[in-house]
Design a protein around this ligand. Structure first.
Ligand SMILES: NC(=O)c1ccc[n+]([C@@H]2O[C@H](COP(=O)([O-])OP(=O)(O)OC[C@H]3O[C@@H](n4cnc5c(N)ncnc54)[C@H](O)[C@@H]3O)[C@@H](O)[C@H]2O)c1
Length: 386
């Protein structure tokens, strides 16, 4: 089976789906790998690095699609909502596609993939079971985004993060507040701590408290409790707007006392809760920074504009999306490890055809043989049951 790695085509994307380091294990399992020339360049992987690990470099994108039985991408048509369409004519029926597909994004894009006849696996639907932990690309990318969010804040903040005692006086540490202590939030807390900030964090899931404390943060307790805060997969459940309003009111004093707020509170498939209102932003000191990791789905701050940096009342609000692409070397390395673990699982024991019977394949398989086959995706778009 040939794995094809095309160059990513989302504007500004710097990651690549396979880093050279995973190629030997794939080859040992019977795969061969073809890579579009220059695919890893923006992530720091040269064509020579790929060739040294045994991959074949191809000059033309179309050749990669022609030769490969499995195409691996980071942002596929769907999650690449700008230029992903350009790949549709290159797919052929029965070809396997693995990557971020954004399967609950738009029926039109899922349907376009269906029409190509590809067997498409959506890596963001990976079940959260122990067996699939090594394939959890969402967690990998959240780890990177959480780290980078703090660096963006530190770069923008007119203050230093650590406490310093110098001959020129004492510098007090920056106060960082992280809202939402999932994978990204926890990494933001750890990164801010490493830079010497005083960090506090809040999450509506009570289970998050222990994790916040374990990475050096102080957990902010609020005198409200979410009804049914967590689903069986460990994700937060959406709450009523009135709950979010009450949360925001209670968070106002913590936000006002913070130099940096990292918004990392999201609910899968839903608009993100607004937990920092414009009024709260006015309560922050001029020069403060908000980095809104939830920007892509509306944002945790009312002033956030996705993909933009705005300054309101002296507070900088960073709504940059796709932060994992800003640390492309390690983001690609982690993604490659996730994808190769998935492929080795799918084609285990050197089989020529993917094993579609087990939970991992079933939960991620979106289209096959010209049908949208994922029950949750069908239900989401009000399609009849198969
Ligand atoms: N394989 C696994 O078992 C596995 C893998 C990854 C994550 N996890 C766990 O799953 C949990 C969720 O992680 P995630 O990063 O996927 O979450 P996520 O990206 O879906 O959400 C980020 C965080 O926002 C929080 N949030 C949502 N609405 C909020 C609100 N109104 N106020 C405050 N916080 C709010 C969520 O509780 C979550 O912690 C974590 O406990 C994580 O450790 C488990």
């Amino acid at each position: 089976m040939v794995i094809g790695v095309p160059r990513e085509i989302f504007p500004g994307e710097r990651r690549v789906a396979l880093a050279p380091s995973v190629i030997p294990a794939l080859m040992k399992a019977g795969f061969s790998v073809v890579v579009e020339a220059g695919a890893g360049a923006a992530a720091g992987y040269t064509d020579a690095d790929y060739a040294a690990k045994g991959a074949q470099l191809l000059a033309q994108r179309a050749e990669v699609f022609q030769q490969a039985g499995v195409i691996v991408q980071v942002l596929c048509h769907g999650s690449n909502d700008r230029t992903g369409q350009a790949d549709l004519p290159l797919f052929r029926p029965g070809q396997i596609l693995v990557g971020f597909l954004r399967p609950l994004g738009s029926l039109e894009t899922v349907d376009q993939l269906r029409a190509t006849g590809v067997t498409a696996f959506s890596i963001e639907l990976m079940p959260r079971i122990t067996r699939a932990q090594s394939m959890d690309a969402l967690s990998s990318m959240s780890t990177i985004a959480g780290y980078k969010s703090v660096l963006l804040a530190a770069d923008r903040l007119p203050r230093m993060f650590p406490m310093l005692t110098t001959a020129a006086g004492t510098i007090t540490p920056a106060r960082v507040f992280v809202i939402g202590a999932g994978v990204a939030g926890l990494q933001a807390i750890a990164t801010a701590r490493r830079l010497g900030a005083v960090v506090s964090a809040y999450d509506l899931r009570a289970a998050a408290k222990e994790q916040v404390v374990s990475v050096g943060g102080r957990f902010v307790e609020l005198p409200i409790e979410a009804a049914d805060a967590q689903d069986t997969r460990g994700y937060a459940k959406a709450q009523e707007e009135s709950f979010y309003r009450r949360q925001a009111e209670l968070l106002a004093s913590v936000v006002a006392a913070s130099d940096v707020v990292i918004g990392a509170a999201v609910v899968p498939g839903k608009k993100s809760p607004v937990l920092v209102t414009r009024e709260m932003l006015r309560g922050m000191a001029p020069g403060s920074v908000i980095v809104d990791l939830a920007a892509e789905r509306g944002g945790n701050c009312e002033a956030t504009r996705p993909e933009e940096i705005v300054v309101e009342h002296g507070v900088t609000v960073i709504g940059q999306i796709n932060l994992a692409s800003e640390v492309p070397y390690h983001a690609s390395q982690m993604y490659a490890k996730n994808i190769s673990a998935f492929l080795l699982h799918l084609f285990r024991d050197g089989q020529e055809r993917p094993n579609l019977d087990d939970e991992i394949a079933r939960e991620t398989l979106i289209t096959r043989a010209g049908e949208i086959v994922h029950p949750r995706v069908r239900e989401f778009f009000s399609l009849t049951k198969l």
